[in-house]
Design a protein around this ligand. Structure first.
Ligand code: GDP
Length: 473
């Protein structure tokens, strides 16, 4: 309903009214069937043309039955503050946990790799440390990570990026395992880190809480095996399953053009099994899989769930976060890829993807809004805390105000991506967007509101929540 209203530039309550006159009570988030849309559009003098209906239809996934599902390996992302040891940990795991009987570690950086532990269990790691990649994928609608390891240096403290990583994992609903790193150093004080976490309401197991944590040294390898055991334990609770006996689907991790071999794309198979010779559609690219390699540079013929492989054969470089699907015949994959390309070119009328404060006001007025997600950035801790308190007090029985991330500092690209992935509004207090943040916000249609008077910020939010915010000029 709301997309239709945006596309026709007709107020949403008029669209709702038109539906009502057809005998349908709808809310603005409701999906309409093709026939209703056609009739409603006609009312306002528009003609409906369904350009990609068949695309969605032809790639609709079939539900698996319980018997078809088998346990799959967890897919893990490593996040944390700069210099706390993310890369060192990923490197250590890559080099130490080679597949049983195989000499030599992983030689290639393909963006993801799988390891097999002594007990035979497997874990797939996304090899791009940091939450930027994680959240950029989520902003494109790809939820790949099952679990996050958050690295904190024991000779340092819980730092701004640590908090950011925690917020990003929590916003994605991904369980966290803490790796308290650098315990080989004299200055290391793991207890201090756990205390800081406890002060943030994050109680680790030693402190009587539920969150897994392990003291490690990514340099000497101390505790890393035990950390991975805890990751597997946590994964077990998630009961991760996939059907390996069907055509593969999954997500693109990275892609580049190799002068000699053409486009090389690393993909993570999430369900089904990908085979050499399959016709693949990935975002706006397509092609027949000519060859597949694992992270050791070995040719493989098939890749099942939770397996990362780099593939050759696509006619372009898909974007990280693009979904891929396998098709029976190449023509279909090709035609969808070219229609997607065409659609993207033609789509001058963009429907609103994320929420603006005005839009929230409108939805609340319609009684159709339950949660307001906010990201708060401020110049000093005092103002951030004051705003947090005031905003949280605005929560009512109908509308819950969630502060999904707050920190001192400028508004960064990573804040914008988090907002885009979580449908949040960014509130800046005496701070401005930095670097690419503004252009990314425009692209992702994220609403950034900047204030220098606390009272104004609170009033705007209150007005929006009462459904009467006047549109921003
Ligand atoms: P990243 O920015 O989080 O990826 O951090 P790096 O992995 O690049 O590590 C930053 C620095 O800390 C490097 O100089 C590492 O050698 C060092 N480092 C990482 N882990 C450990 C550790 O467990 N012990 C010690 N002593 N140094 C470490």
């Amino acid at each position: 309903v709301s997309d239709l209203s945006t596309m026709m530039d007709v107020p949403v309550n008029q669209v709702i009214g038109a539906c009502m006159s057809l005998g349908m009570m709808v809310t603005m988030n409701q999906r309409l069937d093709a026939e209703t849309m056609t009739i409603v559009a006609e009312e306002f003098g528009f003609e409906m043309d369904f350009v990609n209906a068949d695309i969605e239809e032809s790639i609709a996934e079939v539900e698996d039955t319980e018997e078809q599902l088998v346990t799959r390996a967890p897919i893990v992302t490593v996040m944390g503050h700069v210099d706390h040891g993310k890369t060192s940990l990923l490197d250590y795991i890559r080099e130490e946990n080679v597949i049983a009987g195989e000499s030599g570690g992983i030689t290639q950086h393909i963006g993801a790799y799988g390891v097999e532990l002594k007990g035979g269990q497997k874990i797939a790691f996304l090899d791009t440390p940091g939450h930027e990649a994680f959240t950029a994928m989520r902003a494109r609608g790809a939820q790949v990570t099952d679990l996050a390891i958050i690295v904190i240096a024991a000779d340092d403290d819980v730092m701004p990026q640590t908090k950011e990583a925690i917020s990003h994992a929590q916003a994605a609903g991904v369980p966290i395992v803490f790796a308290i790193n650098k315990v080989d150093r004299d200055a290391a004080n793991p207890e201090k880190i756990k205390e800081s976490l406890a002060n943030m309401n994050l109680l680790v197991e030693d402190w009587g809480g539920k969150i897994q944590s392990h003291d490690i040294s990514a340099k000497t390898g101390l505790g890393v095996a035990e950390l991975l055991e805890k990751v597997l334990l946590e994964a077990e609770l998630l009961d991760l399953k996939a059907n390996p006996d069907k055509q593969a689907t999954g997500t693109v991790v990275e892609a580049f053009l190799d002068k000699g071999r053409g486009y090389v794309s690393t993909i993570l198979v999430q369900a089904g099994t990908l085979k050499v010779g399959d016709y693949v559609l990935a975002g706006r690219t397509h092609g027949k899989v000519k060859a597949m390699q694992d992270e050791r540079g070995h040719d493989v013929q098939a890749a099942g769930p939770s397996t990362p492989v780099s593939i050759l054969g696509l006619d372009g470089a898909p974007q990280a976060g693009d979904k891929f699907h396998v098709f029976e015949d190449e023509r279909e994959a090709k035609s969808i890829a070219s229609r997607r390309t065409q659609l993207q070119r033609e789509q001058s009328v963009r429907t609103q993807k994320t929420l603006s404060l005005d839009e929230i006001g409108r939805r609340i007025a319609l009684g159709d809004f339950k949660e307001l997600n906010l990201i708060l950035k401020g110049d000093v801790d005092g103002s951030v805390e004051a705003l947090t308190d005031s905003f949280q007090k605005l929560s009512t029985e109908e509308i819950q105000v969630n502060i999904i991330h707050k920190a001192v500092g400028a508004i960064t690209e990573s804040d914008v991506l988090l907002a885009s992935a979580s449908d949040a509004i960014i509130i800046g207090f005496n701070v401005r967007p930095q670097g690419n943040a503004r252009s990314v916000a425009e692209q992702e249609e994220v609403d950034i509101r900047m204030y220098s008077i606390i009272y104004d910020a609170i009033n705007d939010l209150k007005d929006a929540m009462e459904g009467m915010l006047s549109p921003e000029l």
